[in-house]
Design a protein around this ligand. Structure first.
Ligand code: MN
Length: 229
């Protein structure tokens, strides 16, 4: 019998609201610049650019209530409140009209970012990985199944740091709605069950420091809280 030279890594997973079984996570994709005001605050023109994507490793996942260490190699850790899609049905070249049927559920998420490393990568035309795809960078709350809640097209999304409201927008304000995100992404890669898609953040991003508590909430989808040690 053939085995492994050491124990294979555990599958990252998320709790599902109202169910004992967990959602197994495969890959984590993220959309850049999907709210006009955030694109402007980062110095970009929101009108001209099609959606683009980056990714994080599945084992960067952080669950609700976790305390994470302040990450190394940065002096500017940022929060980004985002709606997260959980893919339940894979595929490629998915038409926008079919896209919602590929979504298993939704969750609030926080795309933690080492902004200084990301800015350096941008200025040097280097990859974003070390600014975006570091350990503990993919905060995600419990998943609500679309079977239970349907497919929300609007809802207030907020980020709160130590009880101060920092981001306050509506997921209806996305430049590229959920169905278009799935259509664009599935033209680039084959999606599979367990993939998560972070759909971009609205304006108001800012820094977290040691001792902070950051909560992302989306109306109807609950919230996810992270403590920075
Ligand atoms: Mn983001």
């Amino acid at each position: 019998m053939t085995g492994y030279v050491f124990a294979p890594p555990a599958c990252p997973s998320l709790p599902v609201v109202g169910q004992a079984d967990r959602f197994p996570v495969r890959r984590i994709f993220c959309v850049g610049r999907n709210y006009a005001e955030h694109a402007r605050e980062m110095g970009n023109d929101p009108d001209r650019e099609p959606p683009f994507f980056f990714s994080k490793p599945g084992d960067a996942l952080v669950q609700d209530g976790a305390t994470i260490p302040y990450p190394p190699a940065t002096e500017n850790l940022h929060f980004e409140a985002e709606l997260v899609l959980a893919i339940g049905l894979g595929g490629r070249d998915i038409a926008p009209g079919n896209a919602l049927s590929h979504i298993w559920g939704y969750a609030p998420g926080n795309d933690l970012t080492r902004r200084d490393l990301q800015a350096q990568a941008k200025s040097m035309r280097r990859p974003w990985d070390m600014g975006k795809a570091f350990d503990n960078s993919a905060v995600c709350g419990a998943i609500l199944s679309a079977a239970d809640i349907g497919h929300p097209a609007r809802g207030r999304i907020t980020a709160t740091v130590n009880d101060t409201l920092q981001q306050d927008a509506d997921i209806a304000d996305m430049i590229w709605p959920v169905a278009d995100i799935i259509a664009h992404l599935s033209a680039l890669v084959t999606l599979a069950p367990g993939d998560l898609i972070y759909t971009g953040t609205p304006a108001g991003v800012g820094a977290l420091v040691a001792g902070d508590t950051c909560t992302v909430a989306i109306d109807g989808l609950g919230q996810v809280t992270t403590h920075i040690a």
